[in-house]
Design a protein around this ligand. Structure first.
Ligand SMILES: O=C(O)CCC(=O)C(=O)O
Length: 267
């Protein structure tokens, strides 16, 4: 699948674009198997945000491709790296990591308004994520974006709202405004999706993942983080949350000099 010029323009202008029918049913079924395998035997960094007494279950895991073969095959051989390459107009795409968000029926865990890139030791504008639903997504369960916010030139402090509410203690980032309290002031965009559809978005766009108040459908989603031409390591103090696994890379280096971050696509 090659994005159209209009889709490439939307990615740059809006910061997020929804591409329809880009992942076939065979991949979707393998990814569902991959989620089940990871939930049965999660990786070392898994986080469960719901408490025993909460309704539903909010399960979040990272770097699943390292221990689940279906996730590895999809990351390295699936269609998303090429799409990220076209959208970022890069000559090569390096795979940073994958992440799953499972919100079982009745889960009240919002993934609150945030930017992704401040959580990562990544500098540059060619950090591109994709969000792949494995269940139908409706307005109440979707991912929402503040259109064009990746061009604000602002970096918002990471926070651990879902675990303990703590915020990044450094001073390099400013605090994210309370977008939820003033939704009408922002140009918020979202889509309804079917399995096979995929949203691609830029690393600095402000976004929020909704709950799963529905009783009849699970909300299983898979995200990949792709690094295009200008992405470089930036080490901050305190260190970024990602990468989770240690690396010897230094500020200014491209990620692909560490084999943990394979180049998976070239133009
Ligand atoms: O699915 C969600 O709730 C949040 C997803 C997200 O924030 C991301 O993939 O960056």
């Amino acid at each position: 699948m090659v994005p159209t010029q209009a889709e490439i323009d939307a990615y740059h202008e809006d910061g997020a674009v929804c591409l329809r029918g880009v992942i076939d049913e065979v991949w979707i079924e393998r990814l569902r198997e991959g989620v089940a395998a990871d939930m049965a035997e999660p990786g070392p960094h898994v986080e469960i945000y719901t408490k025993e007494s909460d309704p539903g279950l909010f399960f979040n895991d990272f770097d699943i491709w390292r221990h689940v073969p279906q996730m590895r095959a999809f990351a390295l051989e699936g269609p998303c790296a090429a799409i990220a390459g076209a959208l970022t107009r890069s000559s090569a795409i390096t795979f940073f990591y994958d992440q799953i968000f499972v919100k079982e029926p009745g889960t009240t865990g919002l993934t609150r308004w945030h930017q992704d890139q401040p959580y990562m030791a990544v500098d540059g504008s060619d950090l591109c994520s994709n969000w792949i639903p494995l269940d139908p997504i409706t307005p109440e369960t979707t991912l929402e974006f503040v259109r064009g916010s990746h061009r604000w030139g602002r970096w918002f402090a990471p926070f651990d709202a879902m675990l303990d509410g703590s915020r990044h203690p450094g001073t390099v980032f400013e605090r994210c405004p309370d977008i939820e309290a003033a939704r009408g002031d922002y140009d918020i965009v979202s889509w309804e999706l079917e399995p096979g559809d995929c949203i691609f978005f830029q690393g600095l766009i402000v976004h929020q993942g909704r709950n799963n108040p529905r009783r009849d459908v699970r909300r299983r989603t898979l995200t990949h983080r792709w690094l295009g031409d200008d992405a470089r390591v930036i080490l901050r103090d305190p260190p970024a949350e990602f990468p989770k696994f240690p690396t010897a890379l230094a500020t200014g280096e491209p990620f692909d000099t560490d084999p943990q971050y394979p180049v998976v696509w070239r133009a």
